[in-house]
Design a protein around this ligand. Sequence first.
Ligand code: NAD
Length: 404
Amino acid sequence: MVGLANIYVLPISYSLLSLVRPLNCMEMKKISRRKFNSRLGKGLGGAALLAGMPLSHVTACAPKQKDSLGIALVGLGSYSTYQLAPSLQDTQYCHLAGIVTGTPSKEKEWAQKYGIPSSNIYNYENFDSIADNEAIDIVYVVLPNSMHVDFSIRAAQAGKHVICEKPMAMNVEECDAIIQACEKAGVKLSVGYRLHSEPYTQEVKRLVREKTFGDVHYVSADAAYMSRGNPDQWRLDIKLSGGGALMNMGVYSIQSVIYGTGENPISVQAQEFSTRPEYFKQTDETITAQFEFPGGAAGNIMTSHNASANRLYGSCDSGWYELQPANHYGPLHGRTSEGEFSFPHERQQKLQMDDFAKHILQGTKNLVPGEMGKRDMIIVEAVYKSIAEGGAKIKLDLGEMGLS
Ligand code: NAD
């Protein structure tokens, strides 16, 4: 396939340009619409010059910029079914365009419920042919953690923007592989941390950023729920989950202490507690960890599959802030030493997916870039390392990585 990039990077002088035959509309169409669009902003004028054609000719042939991007959900489990698909009925900048499922009965069910044409329905085997489907712009990977890396990379190689659910992958190496695949393909990448688009969380970030109560001295975050269900579920299977409470809920508490201080931690010490080893055979049940932050704040997290907790608290020079609940689907509840604060409730996933679509369409900030997911995985690995070393202090050198 001839790419515009191949044309406009040629080191030829302007005098030679008139010798280059302008592309006709048919030839332009052969250039994939996604690649064309993604390069429109940075290279269209140059491409037109180098190809010796007037810009008006190019824009006449160019596909119209979409105002809503098509999302394909990969994995139709509970999160896709009860959160993402309903949220996509309310989104403004993206819509549910396709599905990828390994369960044939879901194909019919979802097609009927959401009016999805058969041309936009894939299984895990024929997934790669999604590359040819112009109705799909974004692939959202909502599979067990061990499958994130494979499907995120395949999505990027198919030329689709990627949202990868949290935790981003099984380890840092896999996060790197996803980031590199997206960079190589020239597609955008986000991780499914919905709270960055959520107003209570944004308010905490603002209080911290503007030092409304001065410097943060102590931050504490709990993210936990009771797991009593099917002992064979993938979340309790280390090969599919990569870890227990820490990989599942713990990443929220790690996120909380980071935006609760506005800084990345510089060290961590961690402890693991096990009271139901017959149920949590392979994965961690409860973990606590303490963090040091470069500005002097101390942080503590608790994450568990054997307790119910959902809170972020920060103690500052001249006051405090609290979210409780802090990370469920909302509405959340916020308080400070000066009183309560509240915002109208909207589905967090709607806000999250619209923010990512706007990032692609309008160049707004990517609120949850891949490096944020990778940073959290570095911290997760350090927590497990500390536990393996009997609670040793593990130093972290994250700089500004993933701060937003
Ligand atoms: P789920 O168990 O409800 O769904 C998993 C889906 O993967 C199912 O459709 C299942 O058929 C499919 N699947 C394919 N291969 C599988 C295998 N080998 N074993 C098990 N299932 C397999 O899980 P979920 O709650 O929808 O979680 C999916 C992903 O979304 C996870 O990474 C999870 O961490 C993430 N998640 C994120 C949030 C959030 O708030 N951001 C909330 C829930 C889940």
